[in-house]
Design a protein around this ligand. Structure first.
Ligand code: ZN
Length: 199
């Protein structure tokens, strides 16, 4: 079988490692870059390099940011009594799009998954407990994804936080089960938060 020149194969292999990219898509991307100008490729390389160099996790909420603490955590206009807990930074963007929520966030960077060997220690939970110490936070809204793993994660955190005496709520499941918050539209997301229930 005739193969592509090695550098092309290498690029295709790299694209295939990205989520949601199969062999055909990887090939299409590689050939798109091959046909494009050197400047186009340079821009892409620079964007990847910049994101890897400048983007860090906020030491307070774990959201992605270029300043630490992030702009949510230092904002004087956000409601500091409420924290929405999400699995991934993308969910923060989805919730922000509703323009209704004015509180703070906490990003876990994953969910509990025994199959993938992800236990509570692999989630960024420790600094959430630290944030609760001064008593300023009065409500935790669990907005993990409406999947089996997201539910298990919400239940785990609910059980962990309940004894601390603060209000712990779970977003309503108007969201399609098994889906990702990332794909929820603004109206669905707004309803999910508005109709949250106490755990
Ligand atoms: Zn932050």
């Amino acid at each position: 079988m005739l193969d592509y020149a090695e550098p092309v194969t290498k690029l295709i292999d790299e694209f295939k490692r990205l989520p949601g990219i199969g062999h055909k898509s990887a090939q299409r991307l590689a050939f798109h870059l091959l046909k494009g100008s050197a400047e186009d490729s340079e821009r892409l390389i620079a964007a990847i390099r910049e994101v890897k160099e400048k983007i860090i996790f906020c030491s307070v909420c774990n959201n992605i940011t270029d300043v630490d603490p992030c702009r949510f955590c230092t904002s004087p206009t956000r409601d500091r009594h409420t924290v929405v807990v999400v699995e991934e930074p993308q969910s923060v963007v989805t919730i922000e799009k509703t323009r209704e929520y004015r509180g703070l966030y906490h990003v876990l960077h994953g969910c509990l998954s025994p199959i993938r060997g992800i236990g509570p220690d692999e989630l960024r939970l420790k600094n959430l407990l630290e944030r609760l110490r001064d008593g300023e936070i009065q409500e935790i809204i669990l907005a993990t994804n409406p999947t089996t793993e997201g539910e298990a994660t919400a239940n785990y955190i609910g059980r962990l936080l309940k004894p601390l005496g603060l209000k712990v709520t779970r977003i309503a499941m108007g969201l399609p089960v098994g889906s990702d918050l990332e794909y929820a539209d603004e109206v669905t997301m707004h309803k999910a938060i508005a109709n949250r229930h106490e755990m």
